[in-house]
Design a protein. Structure first.
Length: 430
């Protein structure tokens, strides 16, 4: 147990020294295995992890979904989603904020990335809200929080990574995210209604559209609906695997972008390079986390931690609740994906031992990542918006997002108390 705790301490020290966390985890894992098992086993284990990760067929779903999201962004489908939502509810007080949340949910269903959703909607929704007089705090807070829906509503890159690490059925994870994703979006809209009722001057109503204009706007999102139907319908219906679904989605998004003349040779090259960079980053994290997890599993920490937790006399649901509290606190000071990859080797065996469904726990993990993405001071979505909207101060974004952080915490509590919200749709796939 001492070796494992020293390993965690070493990772944090290296991180404070500004070494990238992926390299920190990999280095500590290799050295840890070397000191406890020998250097030849350490090198052999590392080589095996790199080879198996690089050549794993199931992992090809990650670059394919990333590629699909990049093509979708280039095709301009986010504009159609926002415009369609705007025509229906934009004329109400706070309507553009509601339309932004709805568009984020729709874009998340074809993107799978929180950061990409927030970045895209900052270009699509923020100018419209700024034009009619929305406060910067409310505008950026809604975009940052709405962007987190990109990893809950399937397809989700985070769910894929969780499913691969824990060997959980990815299709069931996707199904499990539908109701929590819709619930989160609805609760965000309720929060926006409360916020705008208290400060109506911060969210004036927008333009009112006629019904023919609204139906015309709905016809503009047929591409989004078709893409979602093909990818998710095919996976849920058992027509193809998650990897094949990702391939179909990437091809469909490419054809849409091509049909809209949004792909020149230069743009295509940019999409491929961006997708390759993101994939390389995720694979580096996965390899490093696996190496470190192997080191932790060689020690007695998982068994001693399980015995200690079960010896506390707490109910199983209280134990999971304590884990979620730890995740929420860690998410305020640590990068979210790394945080999860670092802790899954410790917490996941305990959750399974307590008899909980891995699919349900996966949804909780995604929810705590959502919270971390918009929790100051290191919320990634906040810094993305600050970079893309340099005239809006980081303090303003922090002020606007806090009420929606509370919404996500409340949603986490609801999902913790009512597992059936996450497990009903996956149970229909058995």
């Amino acid at each position: 147990m001492t070796e494992a705790l020293l390993g965690f301490l070493a990772i944090f020290v290296l991180a404070l020294m500004r070494m990238p966390l992926a390299f920190s985890m990999g280095l500590v894992g290799i050295v840890g295995i070397g000191l406890t098992r020998g250097w030849m086993p350490a090198l052999a284990s590392t080589a095996q992890v790199v080879h198996e990760t690089g050549f794993a067929y199931t992992l090809s779903v990650i670059p394919l979904f990333i590629l699909m999201g990049n093509f979708v962004a280039r095709a301009g489908l986010a504009h159609e989603l926002f415009h369609a939502a705007y025509t229906f509810i934009g004329h109400r007080r706070g309507g553009l904020a509601h339309a932004t949340i709805a568009a984020c949910a729709g874009f998340g269903a074809i993107c799978g990335s929180s950061i990409a959703t927030a970045a895209t909607m900052s270009k699509v929704a923020y100018p419209s809200m700024k034009k009619i007089g929305y406060s910067d705090a409310l505008s950026t807070g809604v975009i940052a929080a709405g962007g987190t829906l990109g990893i809950m509503i399937p397809p989700s890159t985070i769910m894929v990574i969780y499913g691969i690490i824990t060997e959980t059925h990815i299709g069931k994870l996707f199904a499990a995210g539908v109701i929590p994703g819709v619930l989160t979006a609805l609760l965000m809209m309720v929060a926006v209604s409360i916020m705008t009722s208290r400060d109506p001057e911060h969210a004036p109503p927008g333009e009112k559209f006629t019904w023919p204009q609204r139906w015309a706007a709905l016809r503009g999102i047929w591409g989004v609906l078709l893409l979602v139907f093909v990818v998710l319908g095919g996976i849920y219906g058992g027509f193809f695997t998650a990897t094949e679904g990702a391939g179909m989605g990437a091809m469909g998004a490419f054809l849409f972008a091509l049909a809209r003349k949004a792909l020149s040779k230069e743009v295509l090259l940019q999409v491929l390079i961006e997708s390759a960079r993101t994939t390389a980053m995720l694979f580096t994290l996965l390899i490093a986390a696996t190496i470190f997890a192997n080191f932790v599993n060689y020690t007695s920490l998982p068994f001693e931690l399980k015995d200690w937790i079960t010896g506390l006399g707490l109910s199983p649901i209280m134990i999971v609740g304590a884990m979620m509290l730890i995740y929420v606190l860690l998410g305020t000071v640590m990068e979210e994906l790394t945080m999860v990859l670092l802790t899954i080797p410790l917490f996941f065996p305990i959750v399974v031992q307590l008899g909980f469904d891995p699919v349900w726990f996966g949804v909780l993990i995604v929810m705590v990542i959502q919270i971390g993405l918009i929790s100051p001071p290191v919320g990634m979505n906040l810094f993305v918006l600050n970079t893309l909207l340099p005239k809006v101060g980081l303090g303003t974004i922090f002020r606007g997002v806090w009420p929606l952080v509370l919404v996500l915490v409340i949603t986490l509590g609801i999902l913790l108390a009512f597992p059936s919200l996450s497990l009903w749709l996956p149970s229909m796939m058995d």
